[in-house]
Design a protein. Structure first.
Lengths: 394, 255
Protein backbone atom coordinates (compact mmCIF):
# COMPACT_ATOMS: atom_id res chain seq x y z
CA UNK A 1 0.00 0.00 0.00
CA UNK A 2 1.31 3.44 -0.87
CA UNK A 3 2.02 5.70 2.04
CA UNK A 4 2.34 9.46 2.16
CA UNK A 5 5.72 10.39 3.53
CA UNK A 6 6.53 13.77 4.96
CA UNK A 7 9.38 14.79 2.69
CA UNK A 8 8.16 18.36 2.46
CA UNK A 9 10.35 20.74 4.39
CA UNK A 10 7.61 22.64 6.14
CA UNK A 11 6.96 21.95 9.76
CA UNK A 12 4.92 23.68 12.38
CA UNK A 13 6.54 26.97 13.19
CA UNK A 14 8.97 26.83 10.28
CA UNK A 15 7.09 29.13 7.91
CA UNK A 16 8.66 32.55 7.66
CA UNK A 17 7.59 36.04 6.90
CA UNK A 18 8.74 37.24 3.48
CA UNK A 19 8.57 40.86 4.62
CA UNK A 20 11.93 42.20 5.72
CA UNK A 21 12.17 44.07 8.99
CA UNK A 22 12.97 47.79 8.99
CA UNK A 23 16.51 46.96 10.11
CA UNK A 24 17.03 44.33 7.41
CA UNK A 25 15.77 46.78 4.77
CA UNK A 26 18.25 49.41 5.95
CA UNK A 27 21.13 46.91 5.87
CA UNK A 28 20.11 45.86 2.36
CA UNK A 29 19.96 49.47 1.31
CA UNK A 30 23.39 50.38 2.66
CA UNK A 31 24.84 47.31 0.93
CA UNK A 32 23.03 48.13 -2.32
CA UNK A 33 24.10 51.78 -2.34
CA UNK A 34 27.69 50.90 -1.49
CA UNK A 35 27.73 48.14 -4.12
CA UNK A 36 26.23 50.34 -6.84
CA UNK A 37 28.24 53.48 -6.14
CA UNK A 38 31.61 52.16 -4.97
CA UNK A 39 32.01 48.57 -6.18
CA UNK A 40 30.25 48.26 -9.51
CA UNK A 41 32.27 51.02 -11.23
CA UNK A 42 35.54 49.20 -10.39
CA UNK A 43 34.41 45.56 -10.55
CA UNK A 44 35.96 44.97 -13.98
CA UNK A 45 39.18 46.57 -12.74
CA UNK A 46 39.25 44.39 -9.61
CA UNK A 47 38.93 41.35 -11.89
CA UNK A 48 41.59 42.61 -14.29
CA UNK A 49 44.11 43.70 -11.63
CA UNK A 50 43.49 40.68 -9.45
CA UNK A 51 43.13 42.66 -6.27
CA UNK A 52 40.63 44.71 -4.29
CA UNK A 53 41.76 48.25 -3.40
CA UNK A 54 42.51 48.57 0.32
CA UNK A 55 40.12 51.53 0.81
CA UNK A 56 37.23 49.32 -0.35
CA UNK A 57 38.00 46.69 2.28
CA UNK A 58 38.45 49.45 4.88
CA UNK A 59 35.04 50.88 4.03
CA UNK A 60 33.43 47.42 4.16
CA UNK A 61 34.87 47.11 7.66
CA UNK A 62 33.76 50.55 8.83
CA UNK A 63 30.24 49.90 7.53
CA UNK A 64 30.10 46.75 9.67
CA UNK A 65 30.17 44.14 6.88
CA UNK A 66 33.06 42.19 8.38
CA UNK A 67 31.15 41.06 11.46
CA UNK A 68 27.56 41.30 10.37
CA UNK A 69 26.00 38.93 12.89
CA UNK A 70 28.62 39.04 15.60
CA UNK A 71 27.05 40.78 18.64
CA UNK A 72 28.00 44.40 19.25
CA UNK A 73 29.78 43.68 22.56
CA UNK A 74 32.11 41.36 20.63
CA UNK A 75 33.02 43.93 18.03
CA UNK A 76 30.39 43.06 15.43
CA UNK A 77 27.40 44.87 13.98
CA UNK A 78 24.88 42.79 15.93
CA UNK A 79 22.56 42.16 12.98
CA UNK A 80 21.19 38.72 11.99
CA UNK A 81 22.02 36.06 9.40
CA UNK A 82 19.23 37.24 7.09
CA UNK A 83 20.81 40.73 7.08
CA UNK A 84 24.15 39.12 6.26
CA UNK A 85 22.59 37.24 3.33
CA UNK A 86 20.90 40.40 2.04
CA UNK A 87 24.20 42.27 2.17
CA UNK A 88 26.05 39.38 0.52
CA UNK A 89 23.62 39.33 -2.43
CA UNK A 90 24.11 43.07 -3.01
CA UNK A 91 27.91 42.97 -2.75
CA UNK A 92 28.10 39.94 -5.07
CA UNK A 93 25.69 41.58 -7.52
CA UNK A 94 28.43 44.15 -8.08
CA UNK A 95 31.62 42.17 -7.47
CA UNK A 96 31.93 38.47 -6.65
CA UNK A 97 35.61 38.87 -5.71
CA UNK A 98 34.71 41.27 -2.92
CA UNK A 99 31.79 38.99 -2.07
CA UNK A 100 33.95 35.97 -1.40
CA UNK A 101 36.40 37.92 0.77
CA UNK A 102 33.47 39.01 2.91
CA UNK A 103 31.89 35.55 2.87
CA UNK A 104 34.98 33.59 3.92
CA UNK A 105 35.65 36.12 6.67
CA UNK A 106 32.11 36.20 8.11
CA UNK A 107 30.91 32.64 7.53
CA UNK A 108 34.07 30.63 7.89
CA UNK A 109 36.00 32.49 10.57
CA UNK A 110 33.79 34.85 12.60
CA UNK A 111 30.94 32.31 12.76
CA UNK A 112 32.86 29.36 14.28
CA UNK A 113 34.66 31.69 16.71
CA UNK A 114 31.29 33.05 17.75
CA UNK A 115 29.93 29.55 18.33
CA UNK A 116 32.94 27.72 19.77
CA UNK A 117 35.52 30.18 21.15
CA UNK A 118 35.91 30.79 24.89
CA UNK A 119 35.25 34.35 26.10
CA UNK A 120 39.02 34.92 26.31
CA UNK A 121 39.51 33.66 22.76
CA UNK A 122 36.64 35.82 21.54
CA UNK A 123 38.21 38.86 23.17
CA UNK A 124 41.60 38.18 21.63
CA UNK A 125 40.66 36.86 18.18
CA UNK A 126 37.01 37.46 17.31
CA UNK A 127 36.69 41.15 18.24
CA UNK A 128 39.45 42.41 15.89
CA UNK A 129 38.06 40.20 13.10
CA UNK A 130 34.49 41.38 13.63
CA UNK A 131 35.61 45.02 13.64
CA UNK A 132 37.39 44.31 10.36
CA UNK A 133 40.80 45.29 11.79
CA UNK A 134 42.17 42.05 10.39
CA UNK A 135 41.03 39.53 7.80
CA UNK A 136 40.32 35.87 8.51
CA UNK A 137 40.94 32.70 6.50
CA UNK A 138 39.71 29.11 6.91
CA UNK A 139 42.37 26.46 6.30
CA UNK A 140 40.98 22.96 5.80
CA UNK A 141 41.54 21.88 2.19
CA UNK A 142 44.83 20.18 1.34
CA UNK A 143 46.44 19.18 -1.96
CA UNK A 144 45.08 15.64 -1.55
CA UNK A 145 42.06 16.33 0.66
CA UNK A 146 39.23 18.39 -0.82
CA UNK A 147 35.79 16.83 -0.57
CA UNK A 148 37.43 14.06 1.49
CA UNK A 149 38.47 16.52 4.19
CA UNK A 150 38.93 13.80 6.81
CA UNK A 151 41.91 12.57 4.83
CA UNK A 152 43.95 15.66 5.76
CA UNK A 153 47.66 15.14 6.42
CA UNK A 154 48.50 18.30 8.36
CA UNK A 155 49.33 17.31 11.91
CA UNK A 156 49.22 19.08 15.25
CA UNK A 157 51.18 17.09 17.78
CA UNK A 158 51.28 17.73 21.50
CA UNK A 159 54.54 19.29 22.66
CA UNK A 160 54.65 20.12 26.34
CA UNK A 161 51.69 22.36 27.06
CA UNK A 162 51.28 23.39 23.43
CA UNK A 163 51.20 22.01 19.90
CA UNK A 164 53.53 21.76 16.92
CA UNK A 165 51.91 21.99 13.49
CA UNK A 166 53.26 20.67 10.21
CA UNK A 167 51.63 20.40 6.81
CA UNK A 168 50.35 22.21 3.74
CA UNK A 169 46.93 23.75 3.15
CA UNK A 170 45.66 24.54 -0.33
CA UNK A 171 43.23 26.88 -2.08
CA UNK A 172 42.85 29.06 1.01
CA UNK A 173 40.63 32.08 0.32
CA UNK A 174 42.20 35.25 1.84
CA UNK A 175 45.30 33.10 2.54
CA UNK A 176 47.76 35.76 1.42
CA UNK A 177 46.00 38.72 3.05
CA UNK A 178 44.58 37.31 6.29
CA UNK A 179 45.91 38.15 9.76
CA UNK A 180 44.15 35.26 11.49
CA UNK A 181 43.75 31.68 10.32
CA UNK A 182 41.32 29.04 11.50
CA UNK A 183 43.26 25.84 10.95
CA UNK A 184 42.13 22.22 11.00
CA UNK A 185 44.79 19.63 11.73
CA UNK A 186 45.04 15.97 12.62
CA UNK A 187 45.97 15.48 16.28
CA UNK A 188 45.74 11.68 16.15
CA UNK A 189 47.26 10.61 12.84
CA UNK A 190 45.40 7.71 11.24
CA UNK A 191 42.13 8.39 13.01
CA UNK A 192 40.55 10.42 10.18
CA UNK A 193 37.70 12.69 11.30
CA UNK A 194 37.87 11.60 14.94
CA UNK A 195 41.28 13.16 15.44
CA UNK A 196 40.76 16.50 13.73
CA UNK A 197 41.15 19.56 15.95
CA UNK A 198 40.74 23.27 15.20
CA UNK A 199 43.31 25.96 16.07
CA UNK A 200 43.33 29.74 15.81
CA UNK A 201 46.62 30.84 14.32
CA UNK A 202 48.26 34.24 14.02
CA UNK A 203 49.39 34.49 10.40
CA UNK A 204 52.65 36.05 11.63
CA UNK A 205 53.51 32.88 13.58
CA UNK A 206 57.07 31.62 13.08
CA UNK A 207 57.18 28.74 10.61
CA UNK A 208 53.99 29.74 8.79
CA UNK A 209 54.51 30.92 5.25
CA UNK A 210 52.34 31.73 2.26
CA UNK A 211 53.24 29.47 -0.66
CA UNK A 212 51.85 29.54 -4.15
CA UNK A 213 49.21 32.16 -4.89
CA UNK A 214 46.79 30.59 -7.36
CA UNK A 215 45.83 32.04 -10.75
CA UNK A 216 42.14 31.44 -11.16
CA UNK A 217 39.35 31.37 -13.75
CA UNK A 218 37.17 33.81 -11.80
CA UNK A 219 36.81 35.73 -8.51
CA UNK A 220 40.26 36.99 -9.43
CA UNK A 221 40.27 39.93 -7.04
CA UNK A 222 40.30 37.62 -4.03
CA UNK A 223 43.54 35.85 -3.23
CA UNK A 224 43.67 32.06 -2.99
CA UNK A 225 46.88 30.79 -1.48
CA UNK A 226 48.77 27.79 -0.25
CA UNK A 227 49.77 27.91 3.41
CA UNK A 228 52.82 26.01 4.58
CA UNK A 229 53.22 25.10 8.26
CA UNK A 230 56.72 24.10 9.34
CA UNK A 231 57.02 23.41 13.05
CA UNK A 232 54.54 26.16 13.89
CA UNK A 233 54.20 26.25 17.66
CA UNK A 234 50.94 27.35 19.27
CA UNK A 235 49.78 27.36 22.87
CA UNK A 236 46.86 25.19 23.96
CA UNK A 237 44.86 28.41 24.51
CA UNK A 238 44.75 28.66 20.71
CA UNK A 239 42.84 25.40 20.37
CA UNK A 240 39.23 26.01 19.31
CA UNK A 241 36.82 23.54 20.88
CA UNK A 242 37.80 20.13 22.20
CA UNK A 243 40.51 17.84 20.88
CA UNK A 244 38.88 15.78 18.12
CA UNK A 245 35.96 18.19 17.77
CA UNK A 246 37.45 19.93 14.74
CA UNK A 247 35.64 17.96 12.06
CA UNK A 248 32.28 18.68 13.65
CA UNK A 249 33.17 22.38 13.94
CA UNK A 250 34.23 22.42 10.29
CA UNK A 251 31.05 20.76 9.04
CA UNK A 252 28.83 23.09 11.08
CA UNK A 253 30.82 26.05 9.79
CA UNK A 254 30.50 24.93 6.18
CA UNK A 255 26.73 24.48 6.62
CA UNK A 256 26.54 28.20 7.42
CA UNK A 257 29.08 29.08 4.75
CA UNK A 258 26.91 27.46 2.12
CA UNK A 259 24.15 29.98 2.81
CA UNK A 260 26.70 32.70 2.09
CA UNK A 261 27.78 31.03 -1.16
CA UNK A 262 24.13 30.55 -2.14
CA UNK A 263 23.68 34.31 -1.64
CA UNK A 264 26.78 34.88 -3.76
CA UNK A 265 25.30 32.73 -6.54
CA UNK A 266 22.00 34.65 -6.28
CA UNK A 267 23.95 37.91 -6.56
CA UNK A 268 25.84 36.73 -9.66
CA UNK A 269 22.63 35.38 -11.26
CA UNK A 270 20.92 38.70 -10.56
CA UNK A 271 23.82 40.53 -12.19
CA UNK A 272 23.30 38.31 -15.26
CA UNK A 273 19.58 39.10 -15.29
CA UNK A 274 19.95 42.85 -14.82
CA UNK A 275 22.79 43.22 -17.30
CA UNK A 276 20.97 41.05 -19.87
CA UNK A 277 17.78 43.05 -19.44
CA UNK A 278 19.51 46.36 -19.97
CA UNK A 279 21.43 45.10 -22.98
CA UNK A 280 18.41 43.44 -24.59
CA UNK A 281 16.39 46.64 -24.37
CA UNK A 282 19.11 48.67 -26.07
CA UNK A 283 20.50 46.27 -28.65
CA UNK A 284 18.74 46.41 -32.02
CA UNK A 285 18.44 43.49 -34.41
CA UNK A 286 16.02 42.97 -37.28
CA UNK A 287 14.82 46.55 -36.77
CA UNK A 288 13.80 46.26 -33.11
CA UNK A 289 15.31 45.77 -29.67
CA UNK A 290 16.24 42.12 -29.15
CA UNK A 291 14.15 42.23 -25.94
CA UNK A 292 11.14 42.03 -28.26
CA UNK A 293 12.26 38.65 -29.58
CA UNK A 294 10.59 35.76 -27.83
CA UNK A 295 13.80 33.71 -27.75
CA UNK A 296 15.36 36.43 -25.59
CA UNK A 297 12.22 36.92 -23.49
CA UNK A 298 12.18 33.25 -22.54
CA UNK A 299 15.74 33.39 -21.32
CA UNK A 300 14.97 36.52 -19.29
CA UNK A 301 11.81 34.98 -17.83
CA UNK A 302 13.70 31.84 -16.78
CA UNK A 303 16.45 33.89 -15.19
CA UNK A 304 14.00 36.03 -13.21
CA UNK A 305 12.08 32.98 -11.97
CA UNK A 306 15.20 31.08 -11.00
CA UNK A 307 16.85 34.04 -9.26
CA UNK A 308 13.71 34.44 -7.16
CA UNK A 309 13.45 30.74 -6.33
CA UNK A 310 17.14 30.57 -5.37
CA UNK A 311 16.78 33.68 -3.23
CA UNK A 312 13.81 32.20 -1.37
CA UNK A 313 15.70 28.97 -0.65
CA UNK A 314 18.60 31.05 0.63
CA UNK A 315 16.42 33.25 2.83
CA UNK A 316 14.77 30.15 4.30
CA UNK A 317 18.11 28.59 5.23
CA UNK A 318 19.25 31.90 6.77
CA UNK A 319 16.01 32.23 8.72
CA UNK A 320 16.42 28.71 10.15
CA UNK A 321 19.99 29.54 11.18
CA UNK A 322 18.79 32.73 12.86
CA UNK A 323 16.27 30.64 14.79
CA UNK A 324 18.87 28.08 15.85
CA UNK A 325 16.92 25.35 14.07
CA UNK A 326 18.56 22.64 11.93
CA UNK A 327 19.39 24.04 8.49
CA UNK A 328 22.05 21.74 7.06
CA UNK A 329 19.93 20.21 4.25
CA UNK A 330 18.20 23.52 3.53
CA UNK A 331 21.59 25.26 3.17
CA UNK A 332 22.76 22.49 0.84
CA UNK A 333 19.60 22.83 -1.27
CA UNK A 334 20.04 26.60 -1.46
CA UNK A 335 23.67 26.30 -2.55
CA UNK A 336 23.02 23.45 -4.98
CA UNK A 337 20.16 25.26 -6.69
CA UNK A 338 21.56 28.78 -6.58
CA UNK A 339 24.95 27.78 -8.00
CA UNK A 340 23.25 25.76 -10.75
CA UNK A 341 20.98 28.61 -11.83
CA UNK A 342 23.88 31.10 -11.58
CA UNK A 343 25.76 29.02 -14.16
CA UNK A 344 22.69 28.83 -16.36
CA UNK A 345 22.02 32.57 -16.04
CA UNK A 346 25.66 33.33 -16.86
CA UNK A 347 25.55 31.08 -19.93
CA UNK A 348 22.40 32.81 -21.19
CA UNK A 349 23.76 36.24 -20.30
CA UNK A 350 26.78 35.66 -22.56
CA UNK A 351 24.38 34.32 -25.21
CA UNK A 352 22.13 37.40 -25.06
CA UNK A 353 25.17 39.68 -25.40
CA UNK A 354 26.26 37.54 -28.38
CA UNK A 355 29.78 38.26 -29.61
CA UNK A 356 30.06 41.14 -27.15
CA UNK A 357 29.33 38.70 -24.33
CA UNK A 358 32.62 36.98 -25.12
CA UNK A 359 34.59 40.23 -24.86
CA UNK A 360 36.06 41.82 -21.76
CA UNK A 361 34.42 45.16 -22.60
CA UNK A 362 31.15 43.81 -21.19
CA UNK A 363 30.45 42.20 -17.81
CA UNK A 364 28.89 38.97 -19.16
CA UNK A 365 32.13 36.99 -19.46
CA UNK A 366 33.12 37.99 -15.89
CA UNK A 367 29.82 36.67 -14.54
CA UNK A 368 30.41 33.47 -16.52
CA UNK A 369 33.84 32.97 -14.97
CA UNK A 370 32.76 34.04 -11.46
CA UNK A 371 29.67 31.82 -11.38
CA UNK A 372 31.53 28.52 -11.82
CA UNK A 373 33.26 28.53 -8.44
CA UNK A 374 29.92 28.56 -6.60
CA UNK A 375 29.41 24.96 -7.78
CA UNK A 376 32.74 23.97 -6.26
CA UNK A 377 33.85 25.70 -3.08
CA UNK A 378 32.48 25.11 0.41
CA UNK A 379 31.26 21.75 -0.84
CA UNK A 380 30.76 20.80 -4.49
CA UNK A 381 27.30 20.29 -5.98
CA UNK A 382 27.86 16.55 -5.66
CA UNK A 383 28.58 16.90 -1.94
CA UNK A 384 25.44 19.05 -1.61
CA UNK A 385 23.44 16.14 -3.05
CA UNK A 386 25.05 13.76 -0.57
CA UNK A 387 24.04 16.06 2.30
CA UNK A 388 20.47 16.31 1.00
CA UNK A 389 20.20 12.57 0.35
CA UNK A 390 21.54 11.75 3.79
CA UNK A 391 18.87 13.99 5.28
CA UNK A 392 16.19 12.25 3.19
CA UNK A 393 17.33 8.74 4.03
CA UNK A 394 17.94 9.53 7.68
CA UNK B 1 25.90 73.01 19.83
CA UNK B 2 22.62 71.75 18.48
CA UNK B 3 21.86 71.30 14.77
CA UNK B 4 18.38 70.74 13.45
CA UNK B 5 18.31 69.20 9.97
CA UNK B 6 14.99 69.30 8.13
CA UNK B 7 14.56 66.49 5.63
CA UNK B 8 11.99 65.42 3.08
CA UNK B 9 11.21 61.90 1.93
CA UNK B 10 11.09 61.66 -1.88
CA UNK B 11 11.05 58.89 -4.51
CA UNK B 12 14.57 57.49 -4.86
CA UNK B 13 16.51 58.75 -7.86
CA UNK B 14 16.69 55.18 -9.19
CA UNK B 15 12.88 54.86 -9.21
CA UNK B 16 11.16 55.18 -12.56
CA UNK B 17 8.36 57.63 -11.80
CA UNK B 18 5.00 57.02 -13.49
CA UNK B 19 2.06 59.41 -13.71
CA UNK B 20 -1.13 58.02 -12.14
CA UNK B 21 -4.31 57.48 -14.14
CA UNK B 22 -5.87 60.74 -12.86
CA UNK B 23 -2.93 62.70 -14.31
CA UNK B 24 -2.51 64.62 -11.06
CA UNK B 25 -0.23 62.43 -8.98
CA UNK B 26 2.47 59.81 -9.36
CA UNK B 27 2.00 56.08 -8.87
CA UNK B 28 3.38 55.37 -5.39
CA UNK B 29 3.12 51.55 -5.54
CA UNK B 30 6.56 50.02 -5.90
CA UNK B 31 8.34 53.33 -5.31
CA UNK B 32 11.52 53.19 -3.21
CA UNK B 33 11.56 56.19 -0.88
CA UNK B 34 14.70 58.04 0.13
CA UNK B 35 15.93 61.13 1.87
CA UNK B 36 16.09 63.91 -0.72
CA UNK B 37 19.73 64.09 -1.93
CA UNK B 38 20.43 67.72 -0.91
CA UNK B 39 19.03 66.92 2.53
CA UNK B 40 21.58 64.10 2.76
CA UNK B 41 24.32 66.64 2.10
CA UNK B 42 22.84 68.77 4.90
CA UNK B 43 22.97 65.77 7.26
CA UNK B 44 26.56 65.11 6.22
CA UNK B 45 27.57 68.72 7.00
CA UNK B 46 26.09 68.38 10.48
CA UNK B 47 27.64 64.95 11.10
CA UNK B 48 31.05 66.14 9.93
CA UNK B 49 30.89 68.79 12.62
CA UNK B 50 29.82 66.15 15.13
CA UNK B 51 32.83 63.99 14.11
CA UNK B 52 35.10 66.84 15.20
CA UNK B 53 33.05 68.04 18.18
CA UNK B 54 31.40 64.93 19.67
CA UNK B 55 29.23 66.93 22.09
CA UNK B 56 27.32 68.28 19.06
CA UNK B 57 23.70 67.15 18.94
CA UNK B 58 22.23 66.55 15.50
CA UNK B 59 18.43 66.42 15.50
CA UNK B 60 16.38 65.48 12.48
CA UNK B 61 12.85 66.51 11.65
CA UNK B 62 10.45 65.81 8.83
CA UNK B 63 6.82 66.59 8.03
CA UNK B 64 4.79 63.79 6.49
CA UNK B 65 2.77 60.59 6.84
CA UNK B 66 3.82 57.40 8.70
CA UNK B 67 6.14 56.30 5.85
CA UNK B 68 8.32 59.35 6.62
CA UNK B 69 9.62 57.46 9.67
CA UNK B 70 11.74 55.30 7.34
CA UNK B 71 13.63 58.38 6.18
CA UNK B 72 14.11 59.52 9.78
CA UNK B 73 15.32 56.04 10.76
CA UNK B 74 17.83 56.18 7.93
CA UNK B 75 19.10 59.56 9.15
CA UNK B 76 19.45 58.15 12.68
CA UNK B 77 21.39 55.20 11.23
CA UNK B 78 23.76 57.68 9.53
CA UNK B 79 24.59 58.90 13.05
CA UNK B 80 22.07 61.61 13.94
CA UNK B 81 21.10 61.77 17.62
CA UNK B 82 17.34 62.12 17.62
CA UNK B 83 14.43 62.48 15.23
CA UNK B 84 10.98 64.02 15.31
CA UNK B 85 8.14 63.43 12.90
CA UNK B 86 5.48 66.06 12.39
CA UNK B 87 2.59 63.92 11.29
CA UNK B 88 -1.09 63.19 11.74
CA UNK B 89 -4.06 63.95 9.52
CA UNK B 90 -3.18 66.36 6.76
CA UNK B 91 0.61 66.08 7.16
CA UNK B 92 0.86 64.67 3.64
CA UNK B 93 -1.14 67.44 2.00
CA UNK B 94 0.27 70.46 3.81
CA UNK B 95 1.29 73.29 1.48
CA UNK B 96 4.90 74.53 1.51
CA UNK B 97 4.10 77.48 3.80
CA UNK B 98 2.30 75.09 6.13
CA UNK B 99 5.38 72.82 6.19
CA UNK B 100 7.59 75.82 6.99
CA UNK B 101 5.21 76.89 9.78
CA UNK B 102 5.08 73.35 11.22
CA UNK B 103 8.89 73.17 11.21
CA UNK B 104 9.14 76.64 12.77
CA UNK B 105 6.83 75.64 15.62
CA UNK B 106 8.88 72.50 16.29
CA UNK B 107 12.18 74.39 15.99
CA UNK B 108 11.06 76.96 18.52
CA UNK B 109 10.59 74.15 21.05
CA UNK B 110 13.70 72.16 20.12
CA UNK B 111 15.90 75.29 20.32
CA UNK B 112 18.67 74.53 17.81
CA UNK B 113 21.64 76.87 17.22
CA UNK B 114 21.63 76.16 13.51
CA UNK B 115 19.04 74.81 11.08
CA UNK B 116 20.09 73.04 7.91
CA UNK B 117 17.88 72.13 4.96
CA UNK B 118 18.71 70.81 1.51
CA UNK B 119 18.57 73.67 -0.99
CA UNK B 120 15.59 72.03 -2.69
CA UNK B 121 13.78 68.70 -2.67
CA UNK B 122 14.42 66.42 -5.62
CA UNK B 123 10.71 65.74 -6.23
CA UNK B 124 9.23 69.18 -6.80
CA UNK B 125 12.45 71.25 -6.92
CA UNK B 126 10.73 74.28 -5.38
CA UNK B 127 13.45 75.36 -2.96
CA UNK B 128 10.76 77.07 -0.92
CA UNK B 129 10.61 75.55 2.55
CA UNK B 130 14.12 76.53 3.76
CA UNK B 131 13.84 80.29 3.16
CA UNK B 132 10.19 80.24 4.32
CA UNK B 133 11.25 78.57 7.56
CA UNK B 134 13.85 81.32 8.14
CA UNK B 135 11.14 83.90 7.50
CA UNK B 136 8.70 82.21 9.90
CA UNK B 137 11.36 82.13 12.63
CA UNK B 138 12.64 85.63 11.87
CA UNK B 139 16.14 84.14 11.36
CA UNK B 140 18.60 85.04 8.60
CA UNK B 141 19.07 82.61 5.73
CA UNK B 142 22.08 81.72 3.60
CA UNK B 143 21.64 79.60 0.46
CA UNK B 144 23.98 77.37 -1.61
CA UNK B 145 26.03 76.39 1.46
CA UNK B 146 28.86 73.88 0.92
CA UNK B 147 30.84 74.16 4.15
CA UNK B 148 30.41 75.49 7.67
CA UNK B 149 32.74 76.22 10.55
CA UNK B 150 30.72 76.91 13.68
CA UNK B 151 32.47 78.39 16.70
CA UNK B 152 31.50 80.25 19.86
CA UNK B 153 31.96 83.54 18.01
CA UNK B 154 29.51 82.57 15.27
CA UNK B 155 29.38 80.41 12.20
CA UNK B 156 31.52 80.82 9.13
CA UNK B 157 29.57 79.78 6.08
CA UNK B 158 30.87 78.95 2.62
CA UNK B 159 28.32 79.91 0.00
CA UNK B 160 28.83 78.70 -3.54
CA UNK B 161 28.81 81.42 -6.17
CA UNK B 162 29.42 81.42 -9.88
CA UNK B 163 32.95 80.10 -10.26
CA UNK B 164 33.91 80.37 -6.58
CA UNK B 165 32.58 80.92 -3.11
CA UNK B 166 31.86 83.65 -0.60
CA UNK B 167 32.48 83.30 3.13
CA UNK B 168 29.67 84.65 5.27
CA UNK B 169 29.47 84.90 9.01
CA UNK B 170 26.40 84.47 11.17
CA UNK B 171 26.61 85.79 14.72
CA UNK B 172 23.54 83.93 15.92
CA UNK B 173 20.96 81.38 14.84
CA UNK B 174 20.67 80.96 11.10
CA UNK B 175 18.92 78.76 8.53
CA UNK B 176 21.26 77.33 5.90
CA UNK B 177 20.12 75.69 2.69
CA UNK B 178 22.74 73.25 1.53
CA UNK B 179 24.21 72.68 -1.92
CA UNK B 180 25.97 69.52 -3.05
CA UNK B 181 29.53 69.50 -1.76
CA UNK B 182 32.68 67.48 -2.35
CA UNK B 183 32.10 65.24 0.67
CA UNK B 184 29.58 62.56 -0.30
CA UNK B 185 27.00 61.75 2.38
CA UNK B 186 28.00 58.72 4.43
CA UNK B 187 26.19 55.39 4.24
CA UNK B 188 24.31 54.26 7.32
CA UNK B 189 26.68 51.71 8.89
CA UNK B 190 25.39 48.41 10.28
CA UNK B 191 26.26 49.38 13.88
CA UNK B 192 24.50 52.71 13.19
CA UNK B 193 21.42 50.86 11.92
CA UNK B 194 21.34 48.68 15.04
CA UNK B 195 21.62 51.78 17.28
CA UNK B 196 18.89 53.59 15.34
CA UNK B 197 16.58 50.63 15.80
CA UNK B 198 16.47 51.25 19.56
CA UNK B 199 15.53 54.94 19.29
CA UNK B 200 11.99 56.24 19.68
CA UNK B 201 10.77 58.74 17.10
CA UNK B 202 8.38 61.11 18.89
CA UNK B 203 5.51 62.50 16.85
CA UNK B 204 4.16 66.05 16.86
CA UNK B 205 0.83 66.81 15.29
CA UNK B 206 0.29 69.17 12.37
CA UNK B 207 -3.13 70.01 13.82
CA UNK B 208 -3.55 73.78 14.14
CA UNK B 209 -0.61 74.62 11.87
CA UNK B 210 -1.27 77.72 9.80
CA UNK B 211 -1.35 76.65 6.16
CA UNK B 212 -2.46 79.77 4.33
CA UNK B 213 -1.69 78.81 0.73
CA UNK B 214 -3.12 75.59 -0.65
CA UNK B 215 -1.51 74.32 -3.80
CA UNK B 216 -3.30 72.01 -6.18
CA UNK B 217 -1.61 70.07 -8.95
CA UNK B 218 -3.66 70.65 -12.09
CA UNK B 219 -1.88 68.18 -14.34
CA UNK B 220 1.25 66.03 -14.47
CA UNK B 221 2.68 64.65 -17.65
CA UNK B 222 5.76 62.58 -18.33
CA UNK B 223 8.50 64.16 -20.44
CA UNK B 224 8.21 63.28 -24.15
CA UNK B 225 10.02 60.08 -25.01
CA UNK B 226 13.34 60.57 -26.70
CA UNK B 227 13.42 60.23 -30.45
CA UNK B 228 15.92 57.87 -32.04
CA UNK B 229 19.45 59.07 -32.68
CA UNK B 230 20.97 59.65 -36.09
CA UNK B 231 23.84 57.51 -37.25
CA UNK B 232 26.06 58.62 -40.13
CA UNK B 233 27.11 55.50 -41.96
CA UNK B 234 28.19 56.19 -45.49
CA UNK B 235 30.60 58.79 -46.69
CA UNK B 236 33.87 60.10 -45.30
CA UNK B 237 34.62 61.67 -41.95
CA UNK B 238 34.83 65.20 -43.35
CA UNK B 239 31.36 64.97 -44.85
CA UNK B 240 30.06 63.55 -41.53
CA UNK B 241 31.57 66.46 -39.59
CA UNK B 242 30.02 69.03 -41.93
CA UNK B 243 26.64 67.34 -41.75
CA UNK B 244 26.86 67.07 -37.95
CA UNK B 245 27.67 70.77 -37.60
CA UNK B 246 24.70 71.67 -39.83
CA UNK B 247 22.32 69.48 -37.86
CA UNK B 248 23.55 70.75 -34.49
CA UNK B 249 23.02 74.33 -35.67
CA UNK B 250 19.80 74.08 -37.66
CA UNK B 251 17.98 71.12 -36.15
CA UNK B 252 19.13 70.72 -32.54
CA UNK B 253 19.87 74.48 -32.31
CA UNK B 254 22.66 73.96 -29.82
CA UNK B 255 25.38 75.80 -31.74
Amino acid sequence: MATIMSTDRTQTGSAFDLALTETQTLVQRTARDFAREKLLPIAADIDEQGRIPAPILAELASLGFMGVYVPEDQGGAGADVVSYILAAEEINRACASTGVVMSAHNSLVCDPLLRHATPEQQQRWLAPLARGDTLGCFAMTEPAAGSDAAGMKTTALKDGSGWVINGTKNFITNGASAGTCLLFAQTEPGSRYKGITAFIIDMKAAGLSVGKIERKLGIKGSDTAQLVFENVRVGDEQRLGDIGEGFKIALGTLDGGRIGIAAQAVGIARACLEDSLEYAKGRQAFGKPIAELQAIQWMLADMATEVDAARLLTWRAATLKDRNEPFSAEAAMAKLFASDIAMKAARNCVQIFGGYGYMKDYPAERHYRDAKITEIYEGTSEIMKLVIAEDLLG
Amino acid sequence: MRFLVCIKQVPDSTTRVKVAADGKAIVTDGVTWSISPYDEYAIELALEHKDQAPDTVVSIISVGGPRTKDALRQALAMGCDDATIVGGDGADTLGPLGVANALAAAATELGPDLILCGKQASDDDQGFVGPALAEALGWPHVSQVTKIAPSAAGTEIWKETDGGHEVWKAGGPVVLTVQKSAKEPRYPSLPGIMKAKKKEIPERSVAGVDDPVKMVIVALEPPPSRGGGKIFKDGDTKAHAAELATLLRDEAKVL
